[in-house]
Design a protein. Sequence first.
Length: 394
Amino acid sequence: MSPIAIAGAGIGGLTAALALATRGFRVALFDKAARLEETGAGIQLSPNAMRVLNALGLRERLMASVVAPDAVLIKAAHGAELARLPLGPAAEQRYGAPYWMIHRGDLQAALLDAALAHPGIALTLGAAVDGCAEKPDGIAVQVLRGEHPEAHDAAALIGADGLWSRVRALAGAGDTARFARRTAWRALVSADAVAPDFRAPAIHLWLGRGSHLVHYPVKAGAMINIVAIAADAQPSHGWSTAAPPDEVLTRFSSESWARPARDLLALPERWLKWPLYDRPSRPHRGRGAVTLLGDAAHPMLPFLAQGAAMAIEDAAVLAGSLAATPDDAPAALRRYEQARAARTVRVWRAARLNDAVYHLPWPAAAARDLAMGAMGGDRLLAHYDWIYDWKMEL
Ligand SMILES: Cc1cc2nc3c(=O)[nH]c(=O)nc-3n(C[C@H](O)[C@H](O)[C@H](O)COP(=O)(O)OP(=O)(O)OC[C@H]3O[C@@H](n4cnc5c(N)ncnc54)[C@H](O)[C@@H]3O)c2cc1C
């Protein structure tokens, strides 16, 4: 049998490669980048994602660099604590897997090391998937290495090639990604530089008027990941462009934002800027032996911290579906798409809802703060049980 070809060795593509190889498939993994480098930022790995990573044997490898938060602390921009959602051992018991925070580079290194160590996975860098043609027994995948096209026979092609997916276009989807009129500014600072309570193992979520702020420790507590999100009329050109500190501070003015939040925002000498996009929440359907996963299939706003988690879940379900009918890849891919449709649309919608709630103007923002305070952390966490308690179904 020909290998399964995967376009893109990001979090989704690497997890899919491991999930498929674990089930006995050979995998040809291509990434257009000459080197795999994750942006210098943190990522939250919720229990639904961790359940998959644990099953792939990554728990021990990740443990050295993660931080396990005790709680999510929701605060009003003026500093009052609104709610404390309990995580830590209680959440691990509740959901059967931990809630962890990690530097993206550490997650990628763990996935990449495991992929490189697996004899069933062949990774080629500097190789952009650019075309494909159906064949009676699979698919011919065209890969550009520099100027040179190469043809690779595969049993199926999985587009894990991110928001601006080329495979999505090859599969016939005509829609384009939409700028959400918000930008995320990201930075990492040394934990020694911040106030002691910001070094504690917790996720801090500050809600303002039209803007919000998230920060948490990564790198086993040595660094603090900061994400500041506010309205922006135009997207910056490209991802991960540098932004001066003033650009962030002017959006988090002292009129609304408490001193500790502004002190934290004043620390980074360098910010990276991330215009935020998603696509309409239509379930994705591939074509023949081609399908999509992760951001290529269903990019979503990051206000639920679930984009990578959905890519990781996709990878597990896709591998399970292909293993069920290895001789009929198109049928397996349609079953996978069907199995993922309702959940990914629901998570997409919940992220959009959080966008509205987190960025309310005054006075609705004040009403939101009162409502969150009244609801309390346990009830707010229970609200997300359907996300974190996910178990694989086919
Ligand atoms: C501010 C912010 C915070 C976030 N926080 C979280 C969080 O806490 N938790 C969470 O779960 N998610 C979070 N997300 C979402 C998460 O980052 C993404 O959903 C996730 O990285 C998507 O992974 P992916 O593998 O699908 O795509 P990508 O990471 O975009 O990887 C795509 C890969 O494909 C390669 N590629 C592109 N085109 C081709 C081609 N033609 N051929 C071959 N290779 C190609 C690229 O080089 C890249 O390596 C956040 C996002 C943002 C913007």
